[in-house]
Write a protein that binds this ligand. Structure first.
Ligand code: IPM
Ligand code: MG
Length: 435
């Protein structure tokens, strides 16, 4: 076999990660001067590459695009969207799952929003012609090594979880998954024959120290912004790559004495996530364990249709995508839940563009939509929901209607903010805004 190869060492330019950890100050109401956001805030213009992809991807991305448009007008932001093919639709159009134009466009943009890729049609393609290969090439091409996958149980959806209410209630964790290394990319890999002439398939789980160090830093910083607890998940009782992982994470921990670090083997972590998920705050793990554990964590929340993700690198744009797949069985039927993509758009604003206010508006709108009882099929459980302070009846809606409801809620936030601003200005001028 060939010797093990590593990804090239990356550069260290200004990064989306830097802007996340040192976010831009709120630029709308600075100092004591009263300013009208729409009139005087410095206009911010961003280029967004949209990669709707396959299956339900185009439906959910279309909703998220409308939502981004809606918050933009509210916040003095201008978006320029460019839609490009990736995955199965790129295979059909251009014969490859990631055309060069798609990658170069994505690299030049400020952030990339992806729907989902894959479908039955391409399932039997050779590996280099699989839609999934396009996604991995995109992640590698953008250098987005840090994948943040939050799993939060919304109080309105606690009954959608398959776990008992007392176990699921209050779960709020973040999986920090290493995304551009490990067994997904390690070499050597391939198919061969063994000494008996039997077929073999092989992959290599490999991590270099720098790859572990940089994801560990992201994870410690993430834990610091949350509840200060980090659990590093590995298989250090068996795998050398995990032994190195644990050693390097422990070394990096000395830079973060305020963070409580623990270690867990991945088999135990899979069990603990079901037994007592509230013990977790931030989890950091390698590419393949993160893939598996984040799907498991999503089910704590009731539906994978609710979970967004952000993938960030050391420089260049971040990649934002729901963690669900392309769901070809319901594609084109207006049944998909767009909220994971809408929440990914919120992550795009927060982590990708430093637009915290706009991100919050989207998240509030999602909360309000759920509070009003709107549910797509994946999160619908017939009957009323007892929220403690009131009971509400669920309304089963499709993807488009769910999007409309989120837009309505953004509009009502706009209205409320405008009313507050008018009252503030009138009062500052000595008038009575209520008269
Ligand atoms: C994910 C997906 C991808 C992965 C597939 C589609 C290549 O499962 O984003 O979790 O394995 O990373
Ligand atoms: Mg996965």
């Amino acid at each position: 076999m060939n010797s093990v190869q590593l990804n090239p060492t990356p550069s260290t330019a200004r990064t989306p990660l830097n802007s996340f950890y040192f976010p831009t100050k709120n630029r709308r109401f600075c100092g004591s001067t009263i300013r009208c956001a729409a009139a005087t805030a410095k206009a911010r213009a961003f280029n967004i590459t949209l990669l709707p992809g396959d299956g339900i991807g185009p439906e959910v991305v279309s909703v998220a695009k409308d939502v981004l448009h809606a918050v933009a007008s509210f916040n003095g932001i201008t978006f320029h969207f460019e839609e490009m093919p990736v995955g199965g639709n790129a295979l059909d159009l251009a014969g490859v799952p990631l055309p060069d134009e798609t990658l170069s466009n994505a690299k030049k943009s400020d952030a990339v929003l992806l729907g989902a890729i894959g479908g039955y049609k391409w399932d039997n393609n050779e590996k280099h012609l699989k839609p999934e290969t396009g996604l991995l090439q995109l992640r590698a091409g953008l250098g987005v090594f840090a994948n943040l996958r939050p799993a939060t149980v919304f109080p309105q959806l606690v009954d959608s979880s398959t776990l008992k209410k007392e176990v699921a209630e209050g779960v709020d964790l973040m999986v920090v998954r290493e995304l551009t290394g490990g067994i997904y990319f390690g070499k050597p890999r391939g198919f061969d024959k063994d000494e008996n002439g039997d077929e073999i398939g092989f992959n290599t789980e490999v991590y270099a120290g720098y790859e572990i160090d940089r994801i560990a830093h992201v994870a410690f910083e993430t834990a610091r912004k949350r509840r200060g607890k980090l659990c590093s998940v590995d298989k250090a009782n068996v795998l050398e790559a995990s032994m190195l992982w644990r050693k390097r994470v422990i070394k990096i921990a000395s830079d973060y004495p305020d963070i409580e670090l623990s270690h867990m083997y991945v088999d135990n972590a899979a069990m603990q996530l079901i037994r007592d998920p509230k013990q977790f705050d931030t989890i950091v793990t390698n590419n393949i364990f993160g893939d598996i554990l984040s799907d498991e964590a999503s089910m704590l929340t009731g539906s994978i249709g609710m979970l967004p993700s952000a993938s960030l690198g050391e420089s260049g744009p971040g990649l934002f995508e729901p963690i669900h797949g392309s769901a070809p069985d319901i594609a084109g039927q207006d049944k998909a839940n767009p909220l994971a993509t809408v929440l990914s758009a919120a992550m795009l604003l927060r982590y990708g563009l430093g637009e915290e206010d706009a991100a919050k508006i989207i998240e509030n709108a999602v909360q309000e939509t759920l509070n009003k009882g709107f549910r797509t099929g994946d999160i619908f459980s017939s009957g009323k929901i007892d929220l403690g302070w009131y009971c509400l009846f669920q309304k089963l809606v499709g993807c488009k209607e769910m999007g409309e409801q989120v837009l309505c809620s953004i509009d009502s936030q706009k209205l409320a903010a405008t009313q507050i601003l008018i009252k503030f200005v009138v009062e500052a001028c000595g008038g009575n805004a209520d008269s």
